[in-house]
Design a protein around this ligand. Structure first.
Ligand SMILES: CC(=O)SCCNC(=O)CCNC(=O)[C@H](O)C(C)(C)COP(=O)(O)OP(=O)(O)OC[C@H]1O[C@@H](n2cnc3c(N)ncnc32)[C@H](O)[C@@H]1OP(=O)(O)O
Ligand SMILES: CC(C)C(=O)C(=O)O
Ligand SMILES: [Mg+2]
Length: 522
């Protein structure tokens, strides 16, 4: 214990480095739906250290034996970041916190007490004098165990300014190195927060020797904006969480704060140690652990953060990415931006995607494929590569056989499939066949109906799209006359997607046969 901190508090207070204090495992974990097991907390703490956060608030050790154990293991195993534990201004909490942090290379005890009139009167039943006494007791006791002590004035934003100054001065005199100014209920606006930090830094005795920290909640959706305003006001630590999880509407989202500081570095003039290309993986790890996904339009890590569907934006992106992107997707861990083809897409994006798939179409053919694609968006939201290729082949060579109807009947050890196919000339063919399972029965019926048969080299089905628009995509390939032909199909029903993929191959075989016949008679 008592290992010297890597930088003194006054170094950090005056530098342009903003300390990233991650509280995903404490404020995040204490909110409904985000409780984690000890093993999950430990795995996530390693990911946070890898990401480059400066302080990991690992939990509230006196809240339960499980949290004590998790904080203790994190303190023993995780290196590269300070490990903090939370404690009330309560001797038992502080002793437990110090014990849990015993093996940490850089331990921090974080003590807190409410200072606002509302909390003093209704929650703590304490006078101002009692709150100050408790704060001093707690910081002094924590300092007997560790050098690095943080003091938080819970509900600071709704506290009388002169009393806040008094409490912080007492905490600093007792040995606190970081003083945290939480907007516990997310009530502040950016202008007010900036002003409060400027006031505190100018007024509190000993302010130059400590780091001022912001801890903003998101009840009005202002947590990130308020944290950035606090930095403008002189805060040099921000408390935040991955994906913005935390009490009620959450805390400031780490990934948003860090990227705002990076992308708008010229404005804020500060930096962090975060290895930003790891942001997406860290966010996804948290989603896997908690089972809660971020919304598609979430900044930085949502599925739409670098996806463009509308034609005007896609056209701009293809000319110069800066038209519609303020950062590179790779800077936060995405492989690239995505131009999604859908109802709002235009010619430039369709032509570009087709070029990437090896098809350069003349204007007339491209117009027809675009019209077909727009028609397809009546029944599906997203046009995948398989859809686009089938539309091109359909326009070039005629659409070939299509599924008009299909059904499957479980007949004990076998399955019977019945298919009805149609073609653009009005021909219809109906066939049924038996197989070991639904896929075998279906493919046998298709082979008999079309007169084309082949052995599959590969066959796989996976999902594409999400929610109401989730679809199955089937991909298969077959070796025919020395060539490998592949077929793709999409549908809400994976068996129908498989049948479409099978017919995709059969139609190519039939077209090739027709072309050979024409050549032979010419
Ligand atoms: C803004 C925040 O995020 S604060 C952190 C919130 N996190 C949590 O509460 C998660 C962990 N909490 C717990 O596991 C439990 O609440 C415990 C173990 C801390 C306490 O449990 P209990 O002893 O059953 O008390 P309970 O939760 O009902 O009430 C809290 C008590 O702490 C007191 N208290 C609250 N904050 C503080 C504080 N900062 N310093 C001193 N005492 C405090 C309350 O006045 C109340 O005291 P009382 O029991 O004498 O009335
Ligand atoms: C414990 C403190 C820092 C807190 O989480 C809050 O005030 O929101
Ligand atoms: Mg909080």
């Amino acid at each position: 214990m008592n290992a010297p901190p890597r930088h003194t508090a006054s170094d950090r207070a005056s530098s342009n480095h903003v300390t990233i204090f991650d509280t995903t495992l404490r404020d995040g974990e204490q909110s409904p739906g985000f409780t984690m097991s000890a093993a999950q907390k430990i795995a996530f703490a390693h990911a946070l250290a890898d990401l480059g956060v400066d302080v990991i608030e690992a939990g509230f050790p006196n809240s339960s034996p499980a949290d004590f154990g998790a904080v203790q293991t994190i303190a023993r195993e995780v290196r590269g970041a300070s490990i903090a534990g939370l404690a009330r201004c309560h001797a038992g909490d502080i002793e437990a916190c110090a014990r849990a942090l015993d093996a940490a290379a850089a331990p921090r005890v974080h003590v807190f007490i409410s200072t606002s009139p509302l909390h003093r009167e209704h929650k703590l039943s304490m006078s101002k004098e009692q709150v100050v006494e408790r704060a001093i007791m707690a910081v002094e006791l924590a300092r007997r165990h560790v050098d690095d002590v943080e003091f938080s004035a819970e509900d600071a934003f709704r506290t009388e300014r002169e009393f806040l100054v008094e409490v912080f001065e007492a905490a600093i005199a007792a040995g606190a190195r970081t003083v945290n100014v939480p907007d516990t209920v997310g009530y502040a606006t950016p202008e007010e927060i900036r002003d409060l930090f400027r006031f505190l830094r100018a007024t509190v005795k000993g302010a130059d020797g400590v780091v001022f920290s912001a801890h903003c909640h998101n009840d009005l959706g202002l947590a990130v904006a308020n944290s950035l305003a606090a930095i403008e006001g002189g805060a040099r630590q921000v408390e935040c969480t991955i994906n913005g999880i935390g009490e009620r509407a959450g805390n400031a989202a780490l990934e948003e704060l860090v990227m705002a500081m990076k992308v708008r570095g010229g404005w804020y003039g500060v930096d962090t140690r975060i290895d930003t290309p790891k942001l997406l993986d860290t966010s996804r790890l948290l989603s896997r652990i908690t089972g809660i996904q971020v919304q598609r339009n979430k900044a930085i890590v949502g599925l739409n953060a670098f996806a463009h569907e509308s034609g005007i934006h896609q056209h701009g992106m293809l000319k110069n990415r800066d038209t519609y992107e303020i950062m590179r997707p790779q800077d936060v861990g995405w492989p690239d931006s995505q131009l999604v083809l859908g109802r709002h897409s235009g010619r430039a994006a369709v032509a570009d995607r087709l070029r990437a798939l090896g098809h350069v179409l003349d204007d007339a053919l491209l117009d027809r494929v675009i019209a077909d694609a727009k028609a397809l968006t009546q029944t599906q939201h997203v046009i995948g590569d398989a859809d686009l290729l089938r539309l091109v082949e359909g326009e070039r060579f005629g659409p070939g056989w299509r599924i008009a109807a299909m059904s499957l009947i479980d007949a004990g050890q076998h399955t019977r499939a019945q298919v009805e196919l149609s073609d653009p000339h009005g021909r219809r063919v109906r066939q049924d066949a038996q197989g070991d399972g639904p896929v075998a029965a279906l493919f046998a019926a298709l082979a008999q109906a079309t007169g084309v048969d082949f052995e599959l080299e590969s066959y796989e089905v996976h999902s594409m799209g999400v929610g109401r628009d989730a679809r199955g995509e089937a991909n298969l390939s077959a070796r025919i006359d020395g060539d490998t032909l592949s077929g793709q199909g999409t549908s809400r029903d994976v068996l129908e997607a498989s049948a479409i993929a099978w017919l995709d191959v059969a139609n190519r075989v039939l077209r090739a046969q027709a072309t050979q016949r024409v050549a032979a008679t010419a």
